[in-house]
Design a protein around this ligand. Structure first.
Ligand code: MRU
Length: 334
């Protein structure tokens, strides 16, 4: 299972069509990559960074001129505002472009994108082991939100990587997946991944999380992240923050799993994280059909921010940050 394929050509699985159809789309320009990222054909913080990196490598093949690549890079970095993996990948590739003579640039950028892809896959495996070891108990039910799986990364996933590791060691009792309205990444993508891998999965409407946690059926909430600020504030799919409040109320560990490419130490706190506002149609409609009266106003932030005091631990490939404080974050990332 993968979100993208690269063999000198770039293909992405069009996630807008899942679970109905598995259609691979060839990406041949940065402009097309921006459209696919903005339209959520490809989504999830690490994977949009990887797609941007490969798209820049493709552009370098067409035209290795530095100012041309910088303009393409800027457009890619701005495709979506919240996941910091995107500008992180672009600035890494542009740095390689600056350091490489023009005739070798295309090859160097492709190698840099491949290295980023490999590093993300390795980070997922390491986080899966660390996260599974952090959670105690022989038979665990885990609640997750949105999709932080193979479809969102270059590997086995962040939150879903931990769930896969629990399953592999016989410690997963059940995965609970919130549907994640309005775009339904939980219902369409996480449930699809779980079924493909034979994980026992139960889907719930976002509003059912309160009664599920109150029932005592959930032993841990495990989610991914799009950007983590220097104080440990976590931006992730809208609906994550209420889950953290519920987890605290019901004394259930709330675990965030994210690679170091998701940390933004230049961002001092949650208030400084840019939150993407998405089109009203996503809320007004369901499966392409209007579900409300015409003219209704809509509030549609794609992400929310969970403050560090509600997060039990952040797992990255370098270790586990717990308790979540600015000092602990600096120590593990140093
Ligand atoms: O709008 P999306 O689908 O890109 O949102 C994705 C999420 O919020 C994920 O939880 C996050 O990117 C982490 S993916 C490993």
């Amino acid at each position: 299972m993968a979100a993208l394929r690269w063999d000198g050509k770039l293909f992405v699985l069009d996630q807008r069509l899942l679970p109905w159809e598995e259609r691979w789309v060839e990406v041949s320009s940065a402009e097309q990559a921006v459209e696919l990222i903005r339209g959520l054909a490809v989504r999830g913080a690490p994977v949009i960074g990887l797609v941007a990196a490969y798209a820049l490598a493709l552009e370098a093949h067409k035209n290795p001129d530095l100012s041309y690549l910088e303009a393409q890079g800027q457009a890619l970095a701005q495709a979506r505002p919240t996941a910091v993996n995107l500008p992180h990948a672009v600035s890494l590739l542009l740095q390689v472009a600056r350091e490489t003579p023009e005739p070798e640039r295309a090859k160097a950028l492709a190698a840099a994108a491949e290295a980023l892809h490999r590093a993300d896959a390795e980070a997922c495996l390491r986080m899966a082991q660390l996260g599974a070891a952090f959670l105690s108990g022989p038979s665990l039910s885990v609640l997750t939100h949105c999709n932080a799986g193979a479809l969102a990364t270059g590997g086995v996933g962040t939150a879903l990587g931990v769930v896969r590791a629990l399953h592999a060691s016989g410690r997963l009792h059940r995965l609970y997946a919130c549907e994640a309205r309005p775009v339904l990444q939980g219902a369409r993508l996480t449930a699809w991944e779980a079924v493909q891998d034979g994980l026992p999965v139960t889907l719930l409407a976002d509003g059912a999380a309160g009664s599920l946690l109150a029932s005592g059926a959930v032993h841990a909430v495990v989610v991914g992240a799009d950007r983590i600020a220097a104080d440990g504030s976590v931006a992730n799919k809208v609906g994550t923050y209420p889950l953290a409040v519920l987890a605290q109320r019901h004394r259930v560990p709330f675990l965030v799993v994210a690679p170091t490419t998701t940390f933004d130490l230049a961002c001092p706190s949650g208030a400084a994280i840019p939150i993407e506002s998405r089109p009203a149609a996503e809320v007004r409609e369901c499966a392409g059909r209007a579900v409300t009266a015409e003219g209704v106003g809509v509030f549609n932030p794609a992400f929310d921010v969970t403050p560090p005091e509600l997060v039990t631990a952040i797992v990255c490939e370098r270790g586990v940050i717990a308790p979540v404080t600015g000092e602990n974050l600096q120590r593990v990332l140093a």
